[in-house]
Design a protein around this ligand. Structure first.
Ligand code: BGC
Length: 786
């Protein structure tokens, strides 16, 4: 309410009217309408372009203010001024773990709190909109920006995005949900066409955005660089207006990714509010000309401007004067977040945790332990307020009770230099356990460039193998933003995936290695054995500007399941220092309808000796479906904490959408009747409990028959069969056995499997083309129950 008041006061000031009490949002909109009526066409065009690199255009004589937009996503990259790029000279801010790490926590409350902290930092540094989160799907392991995105799964990505947005926006700071949509490859990112079918677009690439928009209403959505189904994301009326604004009810503004606009007039027609950044005003004059010559409707421009002003005033009304943030507190919180993301992938012979009872001498090997790899390359690069190093933390915190030795192991400056391995072997051999810090150097993962392979540098891989050959207790501690191959996996006892853990990641790693924190992260993306096993292998990064999404909906685990390929580590996998038992999976009903849905409950018990957190995953499989469906799909998840011996009940509610597929022909979600299997798992390959459910659909779905629908389909539908009997009695009778009715006619497949449009020919002229089209017209409004 207070915000609404401030909001109104700002607008009232801006149109130089006497202050009055503004009662509701309608009032605010009325004032915005008045403002729009005072703007010239040139000013409207200018408002639809940024002022410079990071701000919106103010209109001074009407007191329309500007707002500050800044990267994002895992920390604030605020330039010294809105007209400076802010690379290298950005203001210090807390560098939180990147999105891959956040997703590996599977903890929505925690991600919400990360958002809150980011929002606080934005308020303190005068930023109104943080440019994140990125909910693009990790379609290929090679995607250069995978570190900046959450997951290969649309539900997990969308829920993470929504939690992040709600957190940031709770602080009166907006977000930019990016990059809308199907922005999954960096190679030729300014031109590539994400060429996919409509079903895939909806089920995989739109769903995360849909969840985030519906659950969190980001103030802005950032339209992508690439083309989607042949149309630039910034110019697609289907994506920006039909889906985003109309179908999902998005109430904010669409801004372009930086330099993503090709044709500003077409972009505005499609629903793009602001082109970013401002390089020149050339496009403003094109907009003015287009309005004047009737190509661009002024009503469209007015609507876009109203939406912009709504967000600008909303942002200004929520600014907090003298806002500050507590750097130390945020650093400590970043450490906690990083520790929840850490994913224990292998722990043979309980090599971890390191305790003084088990080991007296610990070898720390690898340059990453002194020069941490903690974030990715590109626009998301944060200048951290401080940066912890794991060697220092281990020495200071644990070095009194355990002897710590160190070897550099490899040179980050030269991947191929193997000269440091021998010394590392010696250090490893004279310890009781070796912790090898390895992974992907910074230049391996970058915005703008895709990876060409999934291997770590040769110096890292060789080092691990050599250390493991002299030290049986070898643990590999990985820093990387996306999956890597592990040729040495059988040679080592332990693997700890620590992701890109942000500025405080080192402390988190030490806490997990030494058992202060029980690891609880799980993979939000599949780790393949080989690049050749991955879903987009043949179609990444595309050719001649076209990226064929040939694997369709079979992205990530959906593909490995279907192809029965064993990954190195499956989606949803992660170990703990304790163990969990699942029991008592119950459905609220064995038979239900799409409208009623079903409640699912199960019990999870900590069967070990220490406190731990478990991530429970709920998958749904459609056993009988007209269309091809993945073996199973993640629909819900929960992270719970359990004391040793403690047991908790977890409940989930599944609704119509959780059973549905997207029908590309009918352009709608359909939940078909039939059997579904509901499974609870500790990972996508560790299903612990399953129950069968019978779903009765109450939907009425358009039949969608046309002239290309086969005779066979018309014949098998009760209603349309009657039409055929009237239209083609002679032809049907010629296939009716003697003494039988027309309904008992038997058509050879060869005949029946032709589209109706061919039936004038097939029936020797018993009907003509017009009659076929009349039949189609008659069937237009028919529906069926799926
Ligand atoms: C990136 C966006 C980023 C923008 C501003 C673009 O190149 O794709 O994610 O927010 O630049 O830096």
């Amino acid at each position: 309410m207070k915000n609404l008041f401030l909001f109104s006061v700002l607008i009232l000031n801006s149109i130089v009217m006497n202050a009055q009490i503004v009662k509701d949002e309608q009032d605010v909109q009325d004032k915005i309408n008045q403002l729009v009526s005072k703007l010239t066409l040139e000013e409207k065009a200018a408002l639809c372009l940024g002022r410079d690199d990071w701000s919106t255009q103010p209109i001074e004589h009407l007191n329309i203010p500007w707002i500050w937009l800044s990267d994002g996503p895992h920390g604030l990259r605020r330039a010294p001024a809105t007209n400076k790029p802010g690379y290298g000279d950005q203001l210090p801010a807390t560098c939180f773990p990147t999105a891959s790490a956040l997703a590996a926590t599977w903890n929505l409350d925690l991600v919400y709190k990360v958002g809150q902290a980011l929002g606080e930092e934005c308020q303190a540094q005068g930023v109104n909109v943080l440019l994140g989160p990125g909910v693009n799907i990790k379609r290929s392991v090679l995607g250069g920006r995978n570190f900046e995105f959450f997951s290969e799964d649309p539900i997990l990505s969308g829920e993470m995005g929504a939690a992040y947005i709600n957190g940031v926006q709770s602080q009166g700071v907006g977000t930019s949900l990016k990059h809308y949509t199907a922005n999954n490859v960096e190679t030729m990112r300014m031109y590539n066409n994400s060429n996919m079918d409509t079903r895939t677009l909806h089920e995989i690439y739109l769903t995360p955005f849909e969840i985030a928009v519906k659950k969190a209403q980001p103030w802005t959505v950032m339209a992508c660089y690439n083309r989607v189904q042949g149309v630039y994301g910034t110019q697609s009326p289907y994506l920006l207006t039909d889906i985003l604004k109309k179908e999902w009810g998005f109430k904010g503004i669409v801004i372009s990714d930086w330099f993503a606009v090709v044709n500003r007039v077409e972009a505005m027609k499609a629903g793009l509010n602001i082109e970013m950044p401002k390089v020149s005003a050339v496009n403003d004059s094109l907009v003015v000309a287009a309005v004047k010559n009737g190509d661009l409707d002024i009503a469209v421009v007015n609507q876009l401007v109203k939406e912009i002003l709504t967000i600008v005033f909303k942002a200004k009304s929520q600014e907090k004067e003298d806002a500050e943030f507590d750097m130390q507190k945020h650093h400590a919180f970043a450490r906690k977040v990083a520790s929840e993301a850490i994913t224990l992938l292998k722990n043979e012979n309980q090599v971890l945790p390191v305790t003084k009872e088990k080991y007296k001498r610990v070898a720390i090997i690898g340059e990453f332990s002194t020069a941490p790899r903690y974030q990715g390359n590109g626009s998301s690069e944060v200048k951290p307020t401080q940066l912890d190093k794991v060697l220092d933390i281990i020495k200071n915190k644990y070095g009194k009770e355990i002897k710590i030795s160190y070897a550099q192991g490899y040179k980050l400056s030269d991947d191929n230099d193997l000269s440091l391995i021998e010394e590392a072997e010696k250090v490893a051999a004279s310890a009781d356990v070796a912790l090898v810090f390895a992974g992907l150097p910074l230049h391996y993962e970058s915005e703008g460039i895709d990876r060409t392979h999934i291997d770590m540098p040769i110096s890292h891989n060789k080092l691990i193998s050599e250390v493991a050959s002299v030290q049986k207790n070898t643990v590999v501690v990985l820093s990387n933003g996306s999956a890597v191959s592990m040729p040495w996996i059988k040679e080592v006892d332990g693997v700890l995936e620590t992701w890109l853990g942000g500025q405080a990641g080192a402390g988190a790693v030490a806490d997990v290695l030494f058992g202060k924190v029980n690891p609880s992260g799980k993979l939000a993306e599949t780790f393949p054995v080989r690049l050749e096993d991955t879903p987009a292998f043949f179609n990444f990064p595309g050719e001649q500007g076209d990226v064929l999404y040939g694997e369709r909906i079979f992205v990530g685990y959906r593909y490995y399941d279907e192809k029965k390929i064993d990954p190195l580590f499956p989606f949803g996998f992660g170990l703990s220092y304790t163990t969990f038992e699942y029991s008592n999976l119950k459905l609220s009903a064995k038979n239900t309808t799409d409208k009623e849905g079903v409640s699912v409950s199960l019990r999870v018990k900590n069967t070990g000796y220490i406190k731990g957190k478990e991530i429970v995953q709920l998958y749904v499989s459609d056993k009988e479906c007209t269309l091809q469906r993945p073996e199973k799909e993640l629909k819900k998840f929960a992270k719970i904490e359990l004391e040793p011996g403690e047991e908790k009940e977890v409940t989930f509610k599944l609704d119509a959408r959780d059973f549905s597929y997207y029908d590309g022909k009918r352009e709608m979600w359909i939940a078909e009747s039939g059997e579904f299997i509901i499974s609870a798992g500790a990972s996508s390959r560790d299903i612990r409990l399953s129950e069968s459910l019978n779903l009765q659909s109450t939907q009425q779905v358009p039949l969608a028959f046309d002239e290309y629908t086969f005779f066979k389909s018309y014949w098998s539908n009760k209603q349309t069969r009657e039409f055929l009997k009237e239209l083609l009695p002679n032809w049907i009778k010629s296939f009716t056995p003697k003494g039988k009715t027309m309904d008992e006619a038997v058509f050879p497949d060869f005949m029946a499997e032709h589209p109706m449009i061919k039936y004038p020919y097939i029936t020797h002229g018993e009907i003509n083309n017009d009659q076929v089209m009349e039949l189609v017209e008659k069937c237009k409004n028919l529906t069926y129950r799926p």
